[in-house]
Ligand binder design. Structure first.
Ligand code: CMP
Length: 135
């Protein structure tokens, strides 16, 4: 079944010049880019996007990182896109993410892990509405 999912190519990826590398992996897999924008997250959007994490110890430095510079937000679509994109992205911690995944190949951090991807249909709907109202 075709699904849509929300992906953020995080500020570390933009800073390191890895946007093309990350997009290339999604495109080569056969996913479709439905919408895409370069944008800097502000504090309110960070709190809304990460609503389930705002009380966690790791949230203040995460918020600081995510609002530190421009990121690329996109909607990807395709068959089972939510789980397919999560599989391509790899485990949260780049130090343990499997080789072959984006984080496993390119990140050495639990926070600066290059990519965010929606983790469920409900999250995808909520996050797409936040980043691309009306789409
Ligand atoms: P993301 O997929 O965007 O979802 C929540 C983010 O919080 C996660 O990627 C990491 O960037 C960050 N994160 C999750 N757990 C930790 C942790 N234990 N320490 C630091 N950052 C974390």
């Amino acid at each position: 079944m075709s699904e849509r999912t929300l992906v953020l190519i995080k500020p570390d990826a933009v800073q390191r010049g890895l946007v093309g590398e990350v997009l290339n992996r999604f495109e080569r897999k056969g996913l479709t880019i439905e919408a895409m924008t370069l944008r800097t997250m502000d504090a309110a959007l960070a709190d809304a996007h990460y609503a389930e994490h705002v009380t966690r110890d790791f949230y203040p430095p995460l918020k600081n990182f995510m609002t530190s510079g421009p990121l690329v937000a996109l909607i990807l679509s395709g068959d089972q896109a939510i789980s397919v994109v999560r599989a391509l992205t790899g485990a949260t911690d780049g130090r343990v993410a499997a080789p072959g995944t984006i984080r496993g190949d390119l990140s050495l951090s639990n926070r600066e892990n290059l990519v965010h991807a929606s983790d469920s249909e409900d999250s995808a709907k909520r996050e797409i509405a936040l980043w691309f109202p009306g789409l």
